[in-house]
Design a protein around this ligand. Structure first.
Ligand SMILES: Cc1cc2nc3c(=O)[nH]c(=O)nc-3n(C[C@H](O)[C@H](O)[C@H](O)COP(=O)(O)OP(=O)(O)OC[C@H]3O[C@@H](n4cnc5c(N)ncnc54)[C@H](O)[C@@H]3O)c2cc1C
Length: 459
């Protein structure tokens, strides 16, 4: 214990019932929706700033998102933005950015996004085109704990796995499709196969993934958590939860704030932190869950922001960005052509690119020195995107633990959580049943609804 630290029991009114640990987008959304339903809560955040992985750096000449760079929003999420009075801050992704480019045989090629385009384009070999069409008629199978790579190779073929699945999975999960489980990442694939006998048939019959659009905010993604935090009445920042005990149906939470030990009692407790901190928080409640959570992998990831003068760009940057299949042995897993997606990120005579180096398939590249990372990225931009000269600015941000892997270790953690017999304990975070911002928001909204139906929860 630090010198000068003392222990104090928080003078909480008996009203405070729901404790939430962690003010990332999950904890914030949950707190906001509990507040809207008049349910007493207290949100505890270790840092002096909220938002967790959501971070934006704003300077005179640029806006850089250091974590998530876009959010897929449907009507429910847009209504949430409206409630927060930030709908006028929204910017929608440029329509051209729907085009995705994949690196194949020495250059970026547009990925065909419809069956007629697929047949016309030379992105896939003739053999693969036939294999894709055959998916409609391929017999269905039930495979226990199937990985994404196994599933896509079984339903389509290896070329589709290598050149579509691999780069997309790297883009979303920074993960390895040979390890990620279908049932945890894209359970919809299993559902379509089971219900329609074919993924493609199912996609056509079920009408695709619904009407969602990609957004960010004029001043970057951090606008969003900041707007929620400003509306919350019961948020304590600089408060690190160190221990949780479960005694007589109550959660006794011990936290450290400005060198003071604080203690809180809650009847419901929501853990909205990454799995690696959730692991130490639940140690006293369940050593088994704690152990399983400690095994959830979070490979590191470096985000490299590069700004060039527009006159140096000799190629076209008309799309969301370029993804690199692992089989092509590129240095980065890909780049978002950020200023082509959200044009206000840099002055109009400049461009901003965001590259990703790391994840479970690019660890060796991640551990390179900063100057090596910068040189490799710049060299590849020169070669692949025809961008000449030196960048006006290049900056690296490293996440030592970036994205939770939805693999068998996470599956084991879910199994331990399911065995838990503790009423009133919940998990709500990017590692728990949905990694995207929209999943985190939807899961938090649903949890607020579930908690609001509990007896005696209202003040
Ligand atoms: C580099 C990167 C790019 C991404 N890009 C996208 C994207 O473009 N689109 C998208 O939809 N998703 C993206 N994601 C995923 C998405 O950002 C995350 O899944 C999501 O932000 C997780 O939010 P969360 O609230 O669950 O957790 P976190 O953001 O991890 O928040 C947890 C909070 O808990 C706090 N905390 C931890 N321990 C304690 C403690 N002991 N006591 C109190 N507080 C504690 C932390 O300080 C933090 O504020 C990206 C993720 C990364 C890393």
């Amino acid at each position: 214990m630090c010198i000068g630290m003392y222990f104090r029991r928080q003078e909480l009114t008996p009203d405070i019932m729901v404790g939430i640990i962690g003010a990332g987008i999950s904890g914030l959304t949950l707190a906001f929706h509990l507040q809207e339903k008049n349910i007493p809560y207290l949100l505890l955040e270790e840092k002096d700033i909220t938002g967790g992985y959501i971070k934006t750096e704003i300077r005179e000449n640029y806006i850089l998102d250091i974590g998530p760079n876009s959010i897929l929003a449907d009507e429910e999420i847009i209504n949430f933005f409206k409630t927060l009075d930030i709908e006028n801050e929204l910017i929608e992704a440029n329509p051209n950015s729907k085009a995705r480019f994949i690196y194949k045989a020495g250059r970026y090629r547009i990925l065909p996004d419809s069956p007629p385009r697929l047949l016309k384009s030379n992105f896939f070999s003739f053999k693969t085109k036939i294999s894709i069409l055959r998916e409609f008629f391929r017999k269905t199978e039930k495979v226990e704990d199937e990985t994404l790579a196994q599933f896509i190779t079984r339903r389509f073929n290896k070329e589709v796995t290598d050149y579509v699945l691999n780069p997309f999975v790297t883009g979303i999960y920074a993960g390895n499709p040979e390890k990620l489980l279908v049932k945890l990442t894209f359970p919809i694939l299993n559902d379509l196969e089971n219900k329609y006998g074919s993924v493609l048939k199912g996609m056509i019959k079920s009408g695709g993934s619904g009407r969602r659009k990609s957004f960010n905010f004029k001043k970057g993604m951090a606008t969003f958590p900041k707007a929620i935090a400003e509306k919350l009445k019961n948020l304590h920042v600089n408060t690190k939860v160190e221990k949780v005990e479960y005694l007589n149906g109550q959660f006794k939470v011990t936290a450290l704030s400005n060198e003071q030990k604080l203690s809180y009692d809650f009847s419901q407790l929501v853990i909205a932190t990454p799995a690696f901190t959730a692991s130490s928080i639940v140690k006293n409640i369940s050593p088994d869950v704690s152990q399983a959570l400690s095994q959830v992998e979070y490979p590191p990831m470096a985000l490299v922001h590069t700004i060039y003068s527009k006159e140096n760009v000799k190629g076209e940057l008309n799309g969301f960005g370029g993804l690199n299949p692992k089989i092509e042995n590129k240095f980065a897993s890909g780049s978002i052509w950020t200023s082509s997606v959200f044009s206000n990120r840099v002055p109009t005579d400049q461009i901003l690119l965001t590259s990703f180096v790391g994840g479970s398939q690019y660890y060796d590249q991640y551990i390179s020195e900063d100057h090596q990372i910068k040189e490799n990225i710049t060299r590849d931009f020169q070669k692949d995107l025809k961008i000449e000269g030196t960048p006006l600015m290049q900056k690296i941000h490293r996440w030592e633990k970036a994205i939770p892997q939805y693999d068998k270790n996470l599956q084991a953690a879910y199994s331990e959580i399911e065995k838990l017999q503790i009423k009133g304990l919940y998990f709500c975070a990017g590692w728990y049943k949905g990694i995207s911002l929209s999943d985190c928001i939807k899961n938090a909204m649903q949890l607020a609804k579930n908690i609001s139906t509990l007896k005696d929860i209202h003040s």
